[in-house]
Design a protein around this ligand. Structure first.
Ligand code: CIR
Length: 282
């Protein structure tokens, strides 16, 4: 694995948003899956995920992050929290610092204190959502211009407004947007492909939330492919979505297909299994 060199910052002020692509990362935190993952939260009824399958999907994901130039920090198994491998949800990370969130799912609330010390080891600045509101990281899409905060059953107005204030401390502009009804997280239905392009489901794109972006729509029946993950030069896409893979391939993206069949049974995709940031300051 060759460590990724994030583009250098243009200024030394840590409160200035970095002048580098927002999908350039050199470091990530992941959490190894627990056997209790079989009872992870889900909206549908596609059966329980099988632990050995989840473990191999996670292993391949971690290997792909390494191949993409990321130094991966693995955190230990948390049997008490079936969804804890989805580290994207209890916190947000930026080169400027981390923000501890408040998951809207009661069974996930305890994941925040479980990840806090790992974040304090990595970041000088760790802010905290401390009000009454809720935010999960799956509802947050970082674009070059702003941080989009999707309202959902896990992220409410109060949480979103408090998060906006914390993001402003990092010099980050933000916008509160809607997630389609019955969709778990905002990012369940979209991902950033490059500075000006998003992959989105048609139901999300219909809200015009991505005006100004080139929008690539997921083919009908492959909506779950929208939670892809751009990391440095590659776009990781669920291997169960051949038409999306072909579409992105034809557009010149370096697609890395990864199996998400088991984690998909509990409404998870590729962004949710890591917290990614650029540590190098150039
Ligand atoms: C949950 O419902 O919370 C988990 N089963 C799935 C979380 C997926 N997280 C994400 O996409 N950021």
């Amino acid at each position: 694995m060759v460590a990724h060199q994030c583009y250098p910052k243009m200024m030394d002020n840590v409160n200035t948003p970095p002048d580098r692509p927002v999908f350039e990362f050199d470091t990530a935190i992941v959490r190894l899956p627990s056997k209790s993952v079989a009872s992870g939260l889900r909206a549908g009824d596609g059966g329980d995920p099988a632990y050995p399958g989840v473990r191999s999907e996670h292993k391949a994901y971690v290997a792909a992050l390494g191949e993409a130039g990321i130094a991966v920090i693995p955190l230990g198994v948390l049997e008490a929290y079936p969804d804890a491998m989805f580290v994207e949800d209890p916190a947000l990370v930026f080169p400027e610092g981390a923000i501890l969130l408040r998951p809207g799912a009661a069974s996930r609330a305890g994941e925040v204190s479980e990840i806090a010390s790992a974040l304090r080891d990595q970041f000088t600045t760790v802010l905290e959502l401390s009000g009454e509101g809720f935010v999960e990281g799956g509802d947050i899409l970082t674009t070059p211009e702003k941080v989009m905060i999707g309202l959902s059953s896990r992220t409410d107005q109060a949480g979103a407004h408090e998060l906006q204030k914390l993001l402003a401390e990092f010099g980050r502009a933000s916008e509160i947007v809607e997630t389609p009804a019955d969709v778990l997280h905002f990012k369940t239905d979209c991902s950033l492909l490059n500075e000006g392009t998003v992959l989105s489901t048609a139901r999300l794109a219909r809200s015009n939330v991505f005006d100004g972006f080139d929008v690539v729509l997921t083919p009908e029946g492959e909506e779950a492919a929208a939670n892809a993950l751009r990391v440095n030069d590659v776009v990781m896409v669920g291997s169960d979505f051949p038409r999306t893979i072909e579409l992105l391939d034809k557009r010149g993206f370096h697609v890395v297909p990864l199996r998400t069949t088991e984690i998909g049974k509990i409404d998870a995709g590729l962004s949710c299994m890591s917290l990614r940031w650029c540590k190098a300051t150039g």
